[in-house]
Design a protein around this ligand. Structure first.
Ligand SMILES: Cc1cc2nc3c(=O)[nH]c(=O)nc-3n(C[C@H](O)[C@H](O)[C@H](O)COP(=O)(O)OP(=O)(O)OC[C@H]3O[C@@H](n4cnc5c(N)ncnc54)[C@H](O)[C@@H]3O)c2cc1C
Length: 299
């Protein structure tokens, strides 16, 4: 990796070494990434990915880090942030193209200005379009990918457009090939009075202020809801609301939010998650599955 500067000539973006991932994740835990790269534009990203792949350096993409738990040993290889690929474009037929680094609320506001809507449910979901597409982020029974007309991917070094008929997804899930990078999503919106969108945004942000205001760093809901079940109810029934391991706790306000009370390590978070899974399995027979993506190495 030390040869990066000499060899990846032409890379114009920002490059950080041994960058603590606790700075880039909402849970604020996690060890360092060997390299943390922020390409300037698409060409810069392609140059970087090509160099990393040729040199067999592992890589992953991060969005806002709102659904990510990085282990304490950090990430070997490169973490790529697409925060500078963040433009949003108006297309024909009620479509907009949002690049991965654009923030969800910005995208809703962009549509609103054109008199388009239908995706107000992502207003208060923290993060970027790349992360929201990867996770099929959603709320109130909606998922973002229901509104995707096509996805633009960087696959095997080339930019490819995948039409909606080729997108395979489900609850908090999108099927991708290993190494795929989501560059942008073309979203099909509906004609909507801007005042209606404004009310959707207001309601969503207000609801989150009351229900999600856990007062400490978190990654939102830690576990997926099993079919026809609410994870928080199962966690409550297992007596795990408020339980702690080290500095990690299942929040009193929302028992499916795992919070960092200030001094938590990733190991604390993972041990607590394991305890919750065992307790829920014991009381309900249901195996909870993490919604939060867990990456990196142990110390
Ligand atoms: C307070 C709070 C409330 C939340 N409420 C909700 C909610 O209501 N509904 C919901 O669905 N989620 C919710 N979340 C979780 C989180 O906001 C979403 O999952 C969000 O979509 C993550 O976006 P991100 O940009 O932060 O992605 P990240 O967390 O950075 O990444 C998530 C995953 O996507 C991958 N990824 C990111 N960008 C790309 C890309 N361009 N190409 C390929 N892979 C990529 C990452 O490698 C990682 O595996 C909440 C989180 C918090 C903290």
């Amino acid at each position: 990796m030390s040869s990066f500067d000499q060899t990846c000539a032409g890379f114009c973006g920002e490059l950080l070494r041994h960058e603590p991932m606790s700075r880039h994740t909402s849970l604020k835990v996690g060890g360092p990434a060997d390299l943390y790269a922020v390409p300037k534009d698409l060409e810069d990203l392609q140059l970087l990915v090509n160099w990393l792949d040729t040199n067999q350096v592992p890589r992953m993409v991060v969005g806002g880090g709102y659904n990510l738990l990085v282990r304490d040993g950090g990430i070997r290889g490169a973490v790529i942030s697409l925060e500078r690929l963040n433009s949003i474009e108006a297309l024909d037929n009620g479509c907009i193209k949002a690049w991965s680094g654009a923030e969800n609320l910005q995208v809703v506001r962009f549509g609103q200005q054109l008199g388009l809507g239908g995706i107000g449910f992502i207003s208060g979901i923290p993060g970027t379009i790349g992360g929201a597409v990867r996770m099929n982020a959603g709320a109130y029974g909606n998922g973002l990918l229901d509104h995707a007309d096509s996805l633009c991917l960087l696959r095997h070094g080339s930019v490819q457009e995948g039409h909606r008929s080729q997108i395979k997804y489900g609850y908090r899930r999108l099927e991708l090939q290993p190494g795929d990078i989501i560059l942008a999503a073309t979203l099909q919106l509906e004609p909507t009075d801007p005042a209606v969108t404004e009310e959707e945004i207001r309601k969503d942000l207000e609801l989150r202020r009351t229900k999600h205001n856990v007062g400490y760093p978190s990654a939102g809901s830690f576990f997926k809801n099993p079919p026809d079940q609410a994870a928080w109810r199962l966690i409550d029934a297992a007596g795990m609301r408020g339980q702690t391991v080290g500095g990690a706790q299942m929040a009193e306000l929302h028992s499916n939010f795992l919070i960092n009370r200030g001094s938590a390590t990733a190991t604390d978070c993972l041990e607590l998650a394991q305890k919750v899974k065992q307790a829920v399995l014991g009381t309900s027979g249901i195996q909870l599955e993490e919604e939060v993506r867990i990456v990196g190495e142990e110390l």
